[in-house]
Design a protein around this ligand. Sequence first.
Ligand SMILES: [Zn+2]
Length: 397
Amino acid sequence: MNPTIRALTDDERRALAAARLVAVESAPYLAHALFTARPVAAEGLATFAVDRHWRLYVDPVTLTEWGPVVAGAVLVHEVCHLVRDHAGRAESLPGPVDHTRWNYATDAAINDDLLAAGLPLPEWVVTPAALGMDEGGVEEVYYGVLTPEPPQTEVGCGSGAGDPVQDWEPGLDDPQTPGLDDGQVTITRRKVAHDVRDAIAQGRGTVPAGMARWASDELRAPSVPWRKVLAGMVRRTAALTAGRITYTYTRPGRRRLPQIVTPAMRAPRVTAAVVVDTSGSMTKADLDTALAEVSGVLKAVGGTVRVIACDAAAASARHVRNARDVQLIGGGGTDMRVGITAAEALKPTPDVTVVLTDGDTPWPDSPGRSRLIAVLTREHGMSRVPAWARAIHVPTG
Ligand SMILES: [Zn+2]
């Protein structure tokens, strides 16, 4: 039976606030996430769960039964699913996702950490030991070790933990219970990663090992979902270029009808060139951010990317397999137009040219031969990016 979703009453809100206080006390580095998640009442859910828009579903009856101490520990557990992006990581697993197995793997990784930090989780929670696995492992490793599970009909920890999206989940912009959009989620996650890093540096409280490892990965990780962005750009280009879309029958389409296999559309391989702004105005933080995005582009295209360092002049393009190999030469004035022209002169012409800059640059007047994605570390430059290009703001944190 589907739970009934509604806003919390004042009494429920107060009860949840008490639980959240317990949660913040036991995991202060998660305070920002605990206060950013959007609590919603889910009558009949019989537990807590989260969705991919950072709604926190709370069954009011369960909240009362558990009391603030246990409810607080479960809040930390649920928020860990969100912070550690178990929804996004489920999508990167090889093959069709075994949701039940992924839920066990992520629960084991979280609870391992939380029990080590002394949180009073209910006795029945999933732990690595209970599943016969070593402690201190990462989610994907646990997933690989666990045996496949038959699909489970009940909700685990929700779509925010990597479960399928439920039909009772409100849409992103639901007026009564609005969720967080992808941009807000990315920024929240980064802030938490910084809080975790600061907590470790200052020796405040005990930061569990898994949480510390997550934070250092997160701070190195690109902000832009490159696979999605590049595929979207190329699909649009392909639609304009007759004959570029290839159909294949090897992978069933998403909307599969019984007995009928519809062709899945496979996006053509993306070739990308990256122009990195190396002018004097780029700070170390700007360059670190740029390199994190270069590694994201590399991962998305799965091979090499041609990278051009550019200040007011463009250096020659280099084939790069790893972001570490990017040579950041420059230090002068800024004109990304020069780098874009150099990128478009490459053979073969890249489908997409990605410019990583602080934004203090002139832009070309008209589109060139490849699609332009401008990734800016400063927000004020966004309005100057031409309308025909795609502009993405990535804060340096
Ligand atoms: Zn869970």
